[in-house]
Structures are given as structure tokens and as C-alpha cells.
Design a protein around this ligand. Structure first.
Ligand code: ADP
Length: 314
């Protein structure tokens, strides 16, 4: 039996936080970020073996060292001749965020492989790197022998044209939040979705729309309302885990959820001969993921707020 190992082909960012209202910021902070990095850290903290494949500029060498210290393998993070990707995050006094993404090295054209390394059992993708790279890696996951389990979190949302060019048939798990599920459904069905449409209805419409591959499993996170999952075997709705204290910062909750979810899939693949998950097995993985993300929202920060596996209720 192979040791499960996940490849995250994703982004690394210097996250720059400017706190305050309009003109003068009252505080400046620089933190590690990028969805690729955040989700890779969550897999490592959940106990999974994970390699991040991406690029930074010289101003991002500290990120490589930081991720390596947390347990993410960064041998495949290149240092290229441009600036590291950057997210400028404006945090208003009421806690609302607005984010400007500068892709920098995340949009650097790294050479594309002909096949994925046979050590990988899982592939996790987001949408903060070149779209052509995401497409290629997704395709390659299914031409591997045995096939690699693929997970895609389409965030930020790809354009309508890009969505039409995603090899959906190669995708095993789609992870979206409520907004992303609604937008995807609108793009696939070419209908607008009314605001109070229940999420199971949106997901069913998405699944049944031409162009979407019906066997793809869908996980839809619902913020404080928990998570809804749809697989060909049935659906699961789980509430969010109960909180010990107030919500402090929800940034990164989705990335924490995704990393713990992928680590759960990886763990399942060692313990079971079959890669198919039963609904109770899926529910157990979702439960761990909502527990981890509930801890995350009660702490400040993104990567910093992701708990380790042993901080979760046993
Ligand atoms: P994203 O950050 O991608 O928009 P969500 O807001 O859906 O993702 O959050 C991801 C997960 O984090 C949710 O499924 C839930 O388990 C957890 N979560 C988010 N907000 C809260 C909250 N206020 N209370 C408890 N859990 C939360």
C-alpha cells in the first residue's frame, strides 16, 4: 500500500494587511498566504504528507522557509525572477475585508510535466495559478496509473470561458462555498438563481446540468450553517461545529476545511482497500473538517489560525 501523498499545485502569497478605514491605515502586517500555501499547511497540520508546487520571487524566500518549518515539502517551489504573489487585504474597523490580488510569481509559466510523479495519490488545485496549469494537472491526474484522486476548489471563481474548458470528467471532488456554488450553477444552467433558493436545490441543478460530470462529488461549505455534500450515493447536511467562544476571524476557514477534508480522504485511502467512500465514512471526514474550521474562525489570522489534528475534540 502506497503512503498517501498530496500534490498541491497552487499559489503562495505575501499577504499584506492594512487595517483601518479609508485614508490612513492604523496598522500594517505581512503574513504568509495564498490558497495553495494555506491549504497545503492545513493538510500538513491535519497529519498528511504534502508537497506544494508553485513559485515565488526573491521576496518570498521567507515563505518557503516558513512552510517547510510547518511540515509542507517545498522542494518544488521555485524562486523565479519576478515578485511574489501578493494579496493586499484592507480590513475595515467593522471586520469586513476587501482584497486585491496581484498574481506575480503565481502566474509564472512553470514547465508542465508529461505525467505526474507516481508518488502522488491525491492532487489539490485552486484557481490562483495559471489556468492552463490547473487544466493540465487535472487531466494528468486521470491519465496516471492508478489514477490520482483530484480535488478542485475553484476560488477565485474562473471565468465563464474557463469553466467551459475545465476537464470536469477528470474531477473527483469539487469544493465550493455557497457563493461559488450559486455562480457555477448560474453559468452551467444559464439561469439566474433566486436569492433564497435552498442549497440542495442549487447543487442538484448544477449536477444535472449539461457539461457538468454527474459523478463528481460536491462539497459545499455554508459558513456558520456548516456543510452540504452530494455524492452519487446520496447527500449529507452537517451543521457547523459548536463554538467555545466568539467568532474572531473567518478568513482561511474555507482553506482549513479543504485541507482537513483532503487529509481525511488521504487517511481513508490507506485504511481501506477500496477508494470509494461510504456515506458514513464521508460524514466522519466532514465532521473533522467542520471541527477544524470552527477552531480556525475563533482565532485571528489565516495560516496561523489552522489547528493541528491533536487540537480537535477526540
Ligand atoms: P469560505 O471561507 O471558503 O467562504 P465558509 O465561509 O463556507 O468558506 O466556511 C468554511 C467552513 O468553516 C464552514 O463549512 C464551517 O464549517 C466553518 N465556519 C465558517 N464560519 C463559521 C462560523 N461562524 N461558525 C462555525 N463554523 C464556521
Amino acid at each position: 500500500m502506497m503512503t498517501p501523498r498530496c500534490l498541491v499545485r497552487g499559489s503562495l502569497n505575501n499577504d499584506e494587511y492594512l487595517h483601518g478605514q479609508t485614508i490612513f491605515s492604523t496598522k500594517y502586517e505581512r503574513r504568509a498566504g495564498g490558497k495553495g500555501a494555506n491549504q497545503a499547511v492545513a493538510i500538513a497540520k491535519a497529519g498528511g504528507h504534502v508537497d506544494l508546487l508553485g513559485a515565488v520571487g526573491e521576496d518570498g524566500i521567507w515563505l518557503i522557509q516558513y512552510l517547510q518549518a510547518i511540515g509542507v515539502n517545498t522542494d518544488n517551489v521555485s524562486v523565479v525572477e519576478t515578485h511574489t504573489g501578493r494579496a493586499m487585504i484592507q480590513v475595515a474597523d467593522d471586520g469586513e475585508n476587501s482584497i486585491i490580488l496581484y498574481p506575480g510569481a503565481n502566474f509564472y509559466s512553470l514547465p508542465l510535466p508529461r505525467a505526474l510523479d507516481a508518488r502522488y495519490t491525491h492532487l489539490l488545485l485552486q484557481n490562483e495559478v495559471l489556468f492552463s496549469s490547473t487544466q493540465t494537472y487535472l487531466r494528468l491526474s486521470k491519465s496516471s496509473n492508478p489514477p490520482i484522486v483530484s480535488i478542485f476548489n475553484p476560488s477565485p471563481m474562473p471565468s465563464k470561458e474557463q469553466i467551459a474548458h475545465i476537464p470536469w470528467i477528470s474531477l473527483d471532488w469539487l469544493i465550493v462555498n455557497q457563493g461559488e456554488a450559486t455562480t457555477l450553477c448560474e453559468i452551467f444552467t444559464e439561469e439566474s438563481i433566486l436569492e433564497d433558493t435552498p442549497i440542495p436545490e442549487i447543487i442538484t441543478k448544477l449536477c444535472n446540468s449539461p457539461g457538468f460530470y454527474r459523478s463528481t462529488n460536491i462539497i459545499c461549505t455554508l459558513g456558520a450553517k456548516g456543510v452540504f455534500a452530494r455524492t452519487p450515493h446520496g447527500t449529507i447536511a452537517l451543521p457547523a461545529a459548536s463554538l467555545q467562544g466568539p467568532v474572531i476571524d473567518t478568513t482561511g476557514a474555507g482553506d482549513c476545511f479543504t485541507g482537513f477534508f483532503v487529509a481525511g480522504l488521504m487517511e481513508h485511502s490507506v485504511s481501506k482497500a477500496s477508494t470509494t467512500l461510504s456515506l458514513p465514512e464521508l460524514e466522519a471526514i466532514l465532521r473533522t473538517s467542520v471541527e477544524a474550521s470552527a477552531i480556525c474562525v475563533q482565532r485571528r489570522g489565516t495560516i496561523e489560525s489552522i489547528p493541528t489534528r491533536n487540537e480537535l475534540p477526540q
